[in-house]
Ligand binder design. Structure first.
Ligand SMILES: NC(=O)c1ccc[n+]([C@@H]2O[C@H](COP(=O)([O-])OP(=O)(O)OC[C@H]3O[C@@H](n4cnc5c(N)ncnc54)[C@H](OP(=O)(O)O)[C@@H]3O)[C@@H](O)[C@H]2O)c1
Length: 314
């Protein structure tokens, strides 16, 4: 089968489309024929070696963490899945998973039935970004109705999910993005929009309960100025810098870095929200697996407003 992988860390040139044997499955796994997979910023960050660990790294590193496809083999304990089920998932993250491939072995507890209302291309774009927003809002901060949420990079793939989930819960949402994305963020439910290229968000918003910082760098410490005592800031891009941690502590704000985890049960709930038309996903562009380098390069610009999808099986 075809798989995208690399044999050393580096730039886009290290990515190879190679032929290897189909994976074999354990009792609690299913073998999935992958119809589509999605690209995330973590793909280039890991490939460039930003999280390299010479003690544990092995090569080749198979690429890709989320997918949508059809079960073609089910282990004896891979309940409730059976051959023919259409499933989607975020698997093994942050360990290598190999979803940019024709087949992938997926742990049954990390997948869910694909939302019936989505095709595989749209479904593949959901798991990593939706679970990131879900876990931050509902498992880590326990967002309550009426709270004010500040979402940076709101037009990005995680931000879009976060706007919709926060509104679903009854929060007030302030979104930051570039001017071209204002109408889109408001259409998803954002109550206010701040253009980060022409305005200082810390001058425009206050009394924030929860900040989702999908940018990092100076945005973390600047966000703290907008927050209430008792507020919670989640940074997704880096551990909280020491200067920001000091300001957070002085102002009784909890600031933490979190990493998404695979979770089949949460994904099932996300699938229900999608089928109930309460959560939408947007595709920026679909590429065939053979054009993986173009797809990865587009995602790495950092200026996408929807998911970049690899179409693997027709
Ligand atoms: N810790 C975790 O578990 C976890 C999970 C998922 C994602 N992440 C991280 O979260 C970040 C976002 O992920 P994503 O998938 O949503 O990325 P994405 O789809 O590529 O979106 C990034 C967005 O950021 C916007 N943007 C760039 N600079 C900005 C700024 N200064 N202020 C506001 N918006 C800005 C861009 O829009 P414009 O072009 O319009 O500026 C773009 O839409 C990435 O760094 C990713 O690695 C972490």
């Amino acid at each position: 089968m075809k798989i995208a992988q690399y044999h050393s860390f580096g730039n886009i040139d290290v990515v190879k489309l190679e032929n290897i044997n189909k994976p074999t499955i354990k009792g609690d796994e299913v073998l999935v024929a992958v119809h589509a997979a999605s690209i995330n910023p973590i793909d280039w960050k890991v490939r460039e070696g930003h999280y390299a660990d010479p003690k544990t790294d092995t090569f080749p590193k198979p690429m890709g963490w989320d997918f949508s496809g059809t079960v073609v083999e089910a282990g004896s304990q891979a309940t409730p899945y059976k051959v023919g089920d259409e499933v989607f998932g975020l698997i093994r993250f942050p360990q290598p998973a190999g979803c940019f491939a024709e087949f992938v072995a997926a742990p049954a507890n990390e997948i869910a039935l694909k939302p019936a209302s989505l095709d595989h291309e749209h479904a593949a774009g959901v798991p990593l970004v939706a679970l990131t927003a879900w876990q931050a809002l509902f498992a880590t901060t326990h967002l309550k109705a009426g709270q004010k949420v500040l979402i940076h990079a709101a037009a990005g793939a995680v931000g879009q999910m976060a706007i919709q989930m926060a509104k679903y819960k009854g929060a007030t949402v302030v979104a930051t993005g570039s001017a071209a994305t204002k109408a889109f963020c408001l259409s998803l439910g954002a109550d206010e929009f701040i253009d980060y290229q022409t305005e200082k968000f810390e001058d425009k918003v206050n009394d924030v309960d929860i900040t989702l910082d999908l940018i990092g760098k100076d945005v973390t410490i600047r966000s703290l100025k907008t927050m209430k005592p008792g507020g919670q800031l989640i940074c997704f891009t880096q551990p909280i810098p020491s200067d920001a941690a000091k300001v957070a502590s002085e102002n009784n704000i909890t600031a933490q870095f979190t990493i998404v985890s695979p979770n089949g049960e949460q994904l099932k709930q996300i699938a229900h929200l999608i089928d109930d038309q309460l959560l939408k996903t947007k595709i920026e562009k679909i590429f065939p697996l053979e054009q993986i380098k173009e797809a990865l390069t587009l995602q790495q610009t950092g200026h996408c407003h929807g998911k970049i999808i690899l179409k693997i099986k027709s």
